[in-house]
Structure formats: structure tokens, C-alpha cells
Ligand binder design. Structure first.
Ligand code: MTE
Length: 375
């Protein structure tokens, strides 16, 4: 079945509806319209997540957009003049930039609020596979905004996705996925990306062009971007007022400020419940990341957090992307064990034992217990 045919009869395929690429069960865990990456597929994969194994987070379904007909419309009170349009070929002629960055869902790790902290939260029950790292190539958003004539008084940029409008569970139509980006971030390190790991973007990851907003919650990295409103007045959408804020007892009644930076996290490249042979050395691999700064140090415990050992870092840590690490472990006694990893970033941010509760289960940054069995 080709992709167009699939869009006519999505029920004919197994796996999350609306995702175009193949989702083999050994690589992905399906959740509604989303597909979670399985961490045990990563050993030996290199620093970036192969595109075919990259997680997918879709509010609705992947649109198939003709790259030749695609236009990016830039308009609004924050421009000196009228609306300006860019086609893909024009974007490709502008100075190009490449950067390595993870895209991570704000709800990554949400499942552990329930399983580790006994706190019920709604939403996609991601373990830690709502993340992927890639080498993105494109043009800086700042370059496009300058060429479009952004004025010094502009405060917000609102990218809008071309995927279908999002309907809530109660039938509320929230419109197209869109979320304002403060001009300070838009003019800093944000990319309008048209390539991922050396090839064109796949449809599921935003083809022909998506935003990549390093360090920020994945919702900021709008896929299939079709327009950018630039405004001298603050802009809002449900994605910065109703969703992607922290609500709950520790936060003001209207919620926290809209989520921006991700917290420090770590994951083992190992299945939960993996079985390891006793009496031989196992190299435990993992990755750690932080939205604010490069990872400085990772410590690993193999006894549920009693003793901690420094892990070996395999990458020069960089802000915006993850750092690979390993720890050699020779368990002698058969039985159940709990592995833990705790990372610290260059700003001193470190993973706590408990994540502060919020109603939607965002930003689970606590150390995650990883059960294995030796035997
Ligand atoms: N952009 C649009 N237009 N529609 C979406 O549903 N999902 C966002 C973001 N950009 C989304 C979007 C969320 S919540 C995340 S985590 C990332 O895309 C996921 O990117 P990926 O599917 O390429 O992994």
C-alpha cells in the first residue's frame, strides 16, 4: 500500500493511526497517535537516533505535503512591511546551519509518576522513549525573520503546523498545532530544519520544514510549519495557556509560566527487566541530557541507590543534545537488581530522587529505577 492509499484507509494498518513510517514492534511502543522509541534498540546506534527509529509525537496525523508547492508565509505587526513568502528552494539558498539537538516530549517519563511515585496523571504514558537526537540542517529562524523585516519591538513569533486541526477528547476544536516562541529564543539558536541526519526530513518528522528549538520541550519544535506570525503584542494559543504549563498544588491557579527548558534525565540502553548472566562483565550503556546545559557527570548505582560509581562519558558533552556513557558491572549473585543513573549538568542541575508532582505529568526528571535480573 502506498502512502496516499494509507491516508484513505488508515484503519487498514496496525500501529498508531496517522503515522506513515513503519513501526516494527521491536523498535517502538505504540501510544494512541504516538510511537515511543525502545531504548534497548540503541546500543551501537551512534550519537544520533536513526531516523527510522526516531519517536513520533503527533496530535493528529502526519500530512503529506508536496515540497514544491509548500510556502512559508511570514506576516504580522512585528514586520516592517507586508507578508513575505519563502519556498523550499529559497530557504535552501539561504546560509545553512547544522546543529545536533534532541527533541523530547515534555511528558517523557510521565509513566513513572504513577509507577514510581504512586501519582496518577493523565496523558501518554511515555517511559523514557519520547526522545530522539539528530543532526539537523536548515536555516536559522533569525535569518528568515531578518529577511522578512522583523522590527525591534517584536516580542513573539507564532509558528503554525499544517497538520489537521486538533480535537480534544470532549470534541473541542483547538485549531492547528501552534505555540508562540519569544523573539529572544527565536533569534538565538532556533532552526528551520529541512534535513535530519543527512537526508531530507521524513513526513512524520515535519517534512518539508520543521522548527528545531534546542533545549526546549518538544512542543516548541513545530512540524510541517506553514506560517509564522511575528507580533509586537504577546501571542497565545492553547499550547501555551491550557497545555504545557505546570498545574497543581505547587503552582499558581493559572499554572506556571509556559514550559521552556527540559530537565536533566538519564536512561539505560537496556530493556526494563533485562536478564544478565552472572559472573561476567557487562558494559551498561546509557545516555543523559539536560535542556539547560551540557551534561557534566553521570553516576550509576547497581544496588538501588546505595553505592554510586562514576560512569565513563563517551562524548564531549554539548548543550542541546545527549551524552553517551557506560559503566562496567560484574554481578556475581543471581537475583533481582535495580539499576539507577543520575546525571548532573554544567549548571549544577542534577536529577532528584522524586519529581515534583504536576497535574499533567510533565518534566519527570527524577532518577528512574531500572529493574534487571541476574540469572
Ligand atoms: N508540530 C505539529 N505541527 N503537530 C504536532 O503534533 N507535536 C509536537 C512537536 N511538533 C507536533 C508538532 C510535540 S509534542 C513533539 S514532542 C515533537 O513535535 C515530536 O517530534 P517528532 O514527532 O519528530 O519526534
Amino acid at each position: 500500500m502506498d502512502e496516499l492509499e494509507y491516508h484513505r484507509c488508515p484503519q487498514a494498518r496496525s500501529g498508531p493511526p496517522g503515522i506513515v513510517k513503519a513501526l516494527p514492534a521491536e523498535w517502538f511502543v505504540p501510544h494512541g497517535t504516538n510511537a515511543e522509541m525502545r531504548w534497548d534498540t540503541l546500543p551501537g546506534a551512534g550519537p544520533d537516533t536513526p531516523v527510522e527509529r526516531f519517536f513520533v509525537r503527533n496530535h493528529t496525523s502526519t500530512p503529506l505535503i508536496d515540497p514544491d508547492g509548500w510556502r512559508l508565509r511570514v506576516f504580522g505587526s512585528g514586520l516592517r512591511g507586508p507578508a513575505v513568502e519563502f519556498g523550499l528552494a529559497e530557504l535552501r539558498r539561504l546560509p545553512e546551519t547544522a546543529l545536533s539537538a534532541v527533541i523530547e516530549c515534555a511528558g517523557n517519563g510521565r509513566r513513572f509518576y504513577a509507577t514510581q511515585q504512586r501519582q496518577a496523571v493523565p496523558g501518554t504514558p511515555w517511559e523514557l522513549g519520547g526522545i530522539g537526537a539528530a543532526r539537523w540542517r536548515g536555516v536559522r529562524l533569525a535569518e528568515v525573520l531578518r529577511r522578512a523585516g522583523i522590527v525591534p519591538g517584536a516580542v513573539d513569533v507564532l509558528p503554525v503546523g499544517l497538520d489537521p486541526e486538533y480535537l480534544g477528547e470532549d470534541g473541542t476544536n483547538y485549531g492547528h498545532v501552534r505555540r508562540p516562541l519569544p523573539v529572544a529564543k527565536a533569534m538565538d539558536d532556533v532552526l528551520l530544519a529541512y534535513e535530519m541526519n543527512g537526508g531530507p526530513l521524513l513526513p512524520d518528522h515535519g517534512a518539508p520544514v520543521r522548527l528545531v528549538v534546542p533545549g526546549w520541550a518538544g512542543i516548541a519544535s513545530i512540524k510541517w510549519v506553514g506560517s509564522l506570525e511575528v507580533s509586537t503584542e504577546p501571542l497565545h494559543s492553547p499550547w501555551d495557556t491550557d497545555f504545557y504549563r505546570l498545574f497543581g498544588p505547587a503552582h499558581p491557579p493559572g499554572g506556571s509560566a509556559p514550559l521552556t527548558c527540559q530537565v536533566v534525565k538519564s536512561a539505560f540502553e537496556l530493556a526494563r527487566g533485562a536478564v544478565l548472566e552472572p559472573g561476567r562483565r557487562h558494559r551498561l550503556y546509557g545516555r543523559s541530557w539536560s535542556g539547560r546545559a551540557a551534561v557534566r557527570q553521570v553516576r550509576v548505582s547497581t544496588d538501588g541507590g546505595v553505592l554510586w560509581h562514576r560512569a565513563h562519558l563517551w562524548d564531549d558533552p554539548h548543550p542541546g543534545t545527549w551524552t553517551r556513557w557506560s559503566f562496567d558491572w560484574r554481578p556475581e549473585r543471581p537475583g533481582p537488581y535495580e539499576l539507577r543513573a543520575r546525571a548532573t549538568d554544567d549548571l549544577g542541575g542534577t536529577q532528584p530522587d522524586t519529581a515534583e508532582f504536576n497535574r499533567e505529568g510533565y518534566l519527570f526528571g527524577a532518577v528512574v529505577g531500572h529493574p534487571v535480573r541476574v540469572g
